[in-house]
Design a protein around this ligand. Structure first.
Ligand SMILES: NC(=O)c1ccc[n+]([C@@H]2O[C@H](COP(=O)([O-])OP(=O)(O)OC[C@H]3O[C@@H](n4cnc5c(N)ncnc54)[C@H](OP(=O)(O)O)[C@@H]3O)[C@@H](O)[C@H]2O)c1
Length: 267
């Protein structure tokens, strides 16, 4: 048993989950994922991780071109019509979609006094509106493949409040609620989940001593990595009985709650 020659072709195992493969994944060479913001940092790590694990990856970007081996699709997702244009470009290249990962986002610290309408809208447009509109445009393809959506939220806003980030936090809170609403609306055909990372790449503005101090207050004793987020995204992509989940990927940091001892980048 276990050798290729012994395998019953009707009982293939999905390499992503070690579970019996869904019929849609069994019949095709590679499942197809679209990852937004895949040219740099966390989105890039998610795209490369999926690629390494046998997915064909369409890598959306705006200014940073994704690495070779991924199909690059440029779009400004904050612009009116941007998400729909990306969906059109995707459909022109691919006949199917098994996974949409919404990772592109803007991250801006802004005290209340500096948060005018334009600043608020800029965070909401990219971080909440674009994932919703892209999900809407691609839902027919995802339904056909019985696929999944994984949104990249943040513990800041997604799970706890952060001082000095009202607009960003509101946009991530909106993304979490959009995730839950779409999990209901697209079930049972499409599963919709989110990851809520803690710090996995430090903002450049935070000095090394402050980073060490903040990391020492995280229950698992370290900041995360983009690869930690990628592994969680891949888990949710392949978890057949999970929908509407918001998975913290933060070393336990959210357990400190809003006040008492929470690790806040802004602090
Ligand atoms: N870094 C962390 O520690 C951390 C922690 C918690 C949550 N997250 C979440 O993880 C995700 C990725 O974070 P990151 O730190 O890797 O992000 P980042 O470095 O700020 O990169 C932002 C990404 O969004 C894209 N983007 C920005 N404006 C865009 C626009 N108008 N249209 C289309 N794409 C646009 C960028 O594309 P181009 O570069 O190609 O322009 C880039 O790929 C985000 O959702 C973030 O909120 C990150």
């Amino acid at each position: 048993m276990g050798r290729d020659g012994d395998r019953d072709p009707g009982r293939d195992v999905d390499p992503l989950t070690s579970l019996p493969a869904r019929p849609t994944l069994r019949r095709m060479a590679s499942p197809v994922a679209l990852v937004t913001g895949a040219g740099v940092r966390v989105g890039r790590a998610i795209a490369l991780d999926l690629r390494r694990h046998g997915w064909e990856v369409a890598a959306h970007h705006r200014s940073h071109r994704p690495p070779r081996g991924l199909v690059a699709l440029p779009a400004d997702l904050a612009a009116p019509g941007g998400p729909e244009a990306l969906a059109r470009a995707f459909r022109a290249r691919f006949g199917r979609l098994d996974l949409l990962v919404n990772s592109a986002a803007a991250f801006e610290a802004r005290p209340l006094a500096d948060t005018d309408a334009a600043a608020f809208d800029a965070q909401m447009d990219l971080n909440a509106r674009a994932p919703l509109l892209l999900s809407r445009a691609l839902a027919p393809l995802l339904r056909r493949s019985r696929g999944a959506i994984v949104n990249v939220a943040d513990i800041g806003g997604g799970l706890v409040a952060w001082k000095g980030y009202a607009a960003y936090a509101a946009s991530k809170a909106a993304l979490v609620r959009i995730t839950e609403c779409l999990a209901l609306e697209l079930a049972p055909a499409v599963r919709v989940n989110a990851v809520a990372p803690g710090t996995v790449l430090w903002p450049e503005s935070i000095p090394a001593a402050r980073r060490r101090e903040l990391a020492s207050r995280i229950p698992l004793g370290r900041a995360g990595t983009p690869e930690d987020v990628a592994a969680a995204v891949r888990f949710l992509a392949g978890a057949p009985y999970v929908t509407g989940a918001i998975l913290p990927v933060d070393g336990g940091r959210h357990l400190s709650g809003r006040g008492g001892g929470g690790v806040d980048n802004s602090g």
